[in-house]
Design a protein around this ligand. Structure first.
Ligand code: MN
Ligand code: MN
Length: 356
């Protein structure tokens, strides 16, 4: 019964960290992050009442117009995490450069990279938004953190997760020992464990992609989507549904709960930006969660978790979800596509291959 029997985030973290070698301070850091998520959830829920939905007159390093809530959420993340002695430096979507902890505070053992408010461009329509974070180890052998210290592959992550601010506020977390979900009890102000050992369903009939970019997609992605759209009468011999919330956190959460596949593939829209999502604080943590839930995450060409970022704000193609689907898409990248000339959907001049 919930009233007498529940596991709080603090209890979970303390028990888990006993099992993880060299996890000193990790529980404390995740609790700091959880506090940031609760504060942001509260600001999001207040919405227009707190005057945080308007756009600022500023753009971030990505060239995106910042919402007041982007800036507020970034400040909340920094203020919740940098005082405690758990982190040595943070990197944020909203900061041009990484930020070492101010000299007044002790320097911690971890680096924290985050997207303080993911999906913020859709916040005016009141869809679920969230915060994504990734925890890396700080170098122990030097006095000052440098930007290159953040440039670690996804496999080096110590922890990753996201908060999602929807009908309920959730914290989805991995410490590398499976994926767990906590639900915020707003009365207690505590995250309570509501799902352990989350596994992505293998069988799927859903795919998620921004179809308005189809003319820019690479051929293996065009082939995969064309086969889904062909439904029962196509090579997949079943009908699919398309889902697209355009908020990575909300789309990733659906894939974790319900299975399916999400694609923001390499495209030719802006050759200087081979993907849309940011490697360090969007793609890496989502890939870690997905793999820990039994799924797969790829750039199309290789396992995303093994790719070493070159810069703090680098973008990367991201395809993730149920492993059989991701493996199929990766296989299409490996083999030269052989369109079925019988069906107009699979010819070179089909809906998805035209305009190349
Ligand atoms: Mn953001
Ligand atoms: Mn984002």
């Amino acid at each position: 019964m919930y009233l007498t029997d529940h596991t709080t985030l603090a209890q979970y973290l303390i028990e888990e960290c006993r099992q993880i070698p060299d996890a000193a301070d990790l529980a404390g850091l995740i609790l700091d992050v959880a506090l940031a998520c609760k504060r942001i959830a509260k600001a999001v829920a207040m919405g227009s009442l707190a005057g945080v939905l308007e756009s600022e007159q500023t753009v971030n390093v990505q060239g995106e117009t910042q919402k007041k809530l982007d800036v507020v959420s970034d400040a909340i993340f920094r203020h919740s995490t940098e005082w405690s002695g758990h982190v040595a430096a943070v990197a944020s979507e909203e900061l041009d450069h990484y930020r070492p902890v101010p000299p007044a505070y002790p320097k911690g053992r971890y680096l924290l990279a985050y997207d303080p408010l993911d999906g913020s461009s859709n916040i005016d329509v009141n869809v679920a938004v969230g915060s994504i974070f990734s925890v890396l180890r700080a170098p122990s052998d030097k006095a000052e953190v440098e930007e290159t210290d953040f440039l670690q592959p996804g496999t080096a992550q110590v922890a990753a997760g996201y908060g999602v601010y929807g009908p309920s506020t959730l914290l989805v977390l991995t410490l590398g020992r499976g994926v767990v979900i906590f639900t915020l009890d707003p009365g207690l102000g505590e995250f309570i464990l509501t799902k352990s050992d989350l596994k992505i369903p293998e069988e799927t009939q859903e795919f998620a992609i921004n179809a308005s970019n189809s003319r820019f997609w690479e051929p293996p992605v065009q082939r995969y989507v064309a086969e889904c759209l062909a439904g029962q009468s196509g090579p997949r011999e079943k009908d699919f549904n398309m889902r697209w919330i355009a908020s990575l956190v909300a789309d990733a959460h659906r894939v974790l709960i319900r299975g399916g596949v999400y694609l923001y593939p390499r495209d030719t829209k802006q050759p200087s930006k081979p993907g849309r999502l940011r490697h360090l604080y969007e793609a890496s943590p989502i890939a870690f969660l997905i793999e820990q839930a039994g799924g797969a995450a790829s750039t199309g060409a290789r396992r995303l978790m093994e790719v070493v970022p070159k810069t703090l704000h680098e973008r990367i193609p991201l395809i993730f979800g149920s492993s059989a689907e991701v493996e199929r898409i990766v296989a299409y990248h490996r083999e030269p596509s052989e369109p079925d000339r019988e069906s107009p959907l699979f010819t070179r001049r089909c809906l998805f291959l035209e305009n190349k």
